[in-house]
Ligand binder design. Structure first.
Ligand code: FRU
Length: 460
């Protein structure tokens, strides 16, 4: 799998579609794969939802529940809005290969039909013209499409999902422009009855630690124009491996995000065999004001508590001690979560280790106010010279103590610091599972509320 697509919640089921090439584990003619879940944790793969057709292969996009039958496919029809990518036009340098199309399902997402009037939004002359994210804008009573258009975002409006008019364009002279803008999302949050709007814009390359990443802007959206409150570039995740992430539609006030845990710098060559690509944990996004500015905070969804059980609690550990959790708790399970708190004016490291002398270190450098993940010694990195790296992230939180939560799987770590104000997601390929964690701080500064949890696998 590559990008998550068409995420929509409907009648108790979370639908997750995804960029998928059924014939290979490298990128190729894209289809929409499909998986469903009732709890965001246990997923069941469904038959492929969208196949390439005469208009092209099926690139990224979104899905909505058309409650009022604005499109005429039926009340509560699921409607997917996606990019058709025409390979023949793409090869012709002057060709304009991308345009937006619809497909719909009236049987809860089991079967899909393409709309016979496709494409609904023809290409106006922009080569990179893709990844529509559609939402219902209540105040102006219309559908709004957020579309990546080369290195800007263009907003389109529609009464019926079939006819689209350009509303405005955003992005010139603001944000990161190291690469093409892709997979955007426009979401709102409630701040005491007032809406705060966040525009997520993935880009590739141009992320702070190289390659693919997701930036975001915070501001106001009046149904036509997005106006950011400031010109800062903010990042959803500073790790190397959280790309093309967007949120579910039709989840009420919840903003549930999932990303593709990969980076285009090496996505096609990672050393996996039967699979390639995975999602991040589902994360709930919130907003928080720090020093007068709004930021996104990402937290693993609370549903995860159903597969989380306590393994060991250490109320207080001296930072000078170099504490091995294998020594105190025994071999770690393959999937676990570790929470801890540490004073922000001191430096600390948390190292995942195995018996093959491989390791991944997450840490905080107090003098630079920076978190980091070092995967230079993590295991196999021969597949790409871009892979082995030490990556850093600024601390955004401003409390005297840093609270971090590390979610570790066999081949990934997801770090949420300061309640998710700084997030870092990275993958790695050790030859053996990391079955030990070593905590190392500075003497006199104590780790507190160290809590290790087992995370039960949700697949066999
Ligand atoms: C992002 C992306 C999208 C595009 C899709 C094609 O990873 O490049 O912009 O729609 O992948 O697979």
């Amino acid at each position: 799998m590559n990008d998550p697509n068409g995420m929509v919640y409907h009648n108790g089921t979370y639908h997750l579609f995804f960029q998928h090439n059924p014939d290979s584990t490298v990128w190729g003619p894209m289809h929409w794969g499909h998986a469903t879940s009732q709890d965001l944790l246990h997923w069941e793969e469904q038959p492929i939802a969208l196949f390439p057709d005469s208009l092209g292969t099926i690139f990224s996009g979104s899905a909505v529940v058309d409650k009022d039958n604005t499109a005429g496919f039926g009340n509560n029809a699921l409607v997917a809005i996606f990019t058709h990518h025409n390979h023949t036009l793409a090869q012709n340098q002057a060709g304009l290969p991308q345009y937006q199309s619809l497909a719909y399902s009236t049987d809860e997402g089991k079967t899909w039909a393409k709309y016979e009037g496709n494409p609904v939004l023809p290409n106006p002359g922009i080569r990179d013209f893709r990844d529509p994210k559609v939402m219902w804008h209540e105040e102006s009573e219309k559908w709004v499409m957020t579309l990546a258009t080369k290195q800007s975002i263009t907003f389109y409006g529609s009464p019926n999902l079939k006819e689209w008019t350009k509303l405005s364009e955003f992005g010139e002279g603001i944000g990161a422009h190291g690469g093409v803008w892709e997979c955007p999302d426009l979401i709102s949050f409630d701040d005491q009855g007032k809406k705060i709007w966040v525009l997520i814009v993935n880009l590739n390359p141009g992320a702070p630690n190289g390659g693919s990443g997701g930036q975001y802007f915070v501001g106001d959206f009046d149904g036509t124009t997005f106006r950011p409150f400031d010109t800062d570039t903010r990042w959803l995740d500073f790790g190397r491996d959280n790309y093309a992430g967007v949120t579910w539609s039709n989840t009420g006030n919840r903003r549930i995000f999932i990303g593709w845990m990969n980076n285009w710098e090496y996505a096609n060559v990672v050393p996996t065999e039967t699979w390639r690509g995975a999602t991040t944990l589902p994360r709930e996004l919130g907003i928080e004001k720090i020093n007068g500015k709004w930021y996104l905070a990402s937290q693993p969804v609370p549903e995860l508590s159903a597969i989380t059980s306590s393994l060991q609690k250490l109320p207080s550990v001296d930072g000078g001690e170099s504490l091995s959790l294998k020594a105190t708790a025994g071999n770690l399970p393959e999937t676990y979560r570790l929470d801890l708190t540490y004073p922000a004016d001191h430096t600390f490291e948390v190292t995942l280790k195995n018996d093959a002398n491989e390791q991944v270190t997450f840490g905080y450098a107090a003098s630079e106010r920076c978190f980091f993940i070092d995967r230079t010694l993590a295991g196999n990195h021969a597949f790409s010279e871009k892979f082995a790296s030490k990556d850093s992230a600024p601390r955004i939180g401003d409390q005297p103590e840093i609270r971090v939560s590390l979610w570790v799987d066999v081949a990934s770590i997801e770090v949420f610091a300061d309640d998710g104000l700084t997030a870092m997601t990275e993958i790695f390929f050790p030859t053996q599972v990391y079955d030990d964690i070593v905590l190392q701080g500075q003497s006199g500064a104590r780790f507190t509320d160290v809590h290790l949890y087992r995370i039960s696998p949700t697949t066999n």
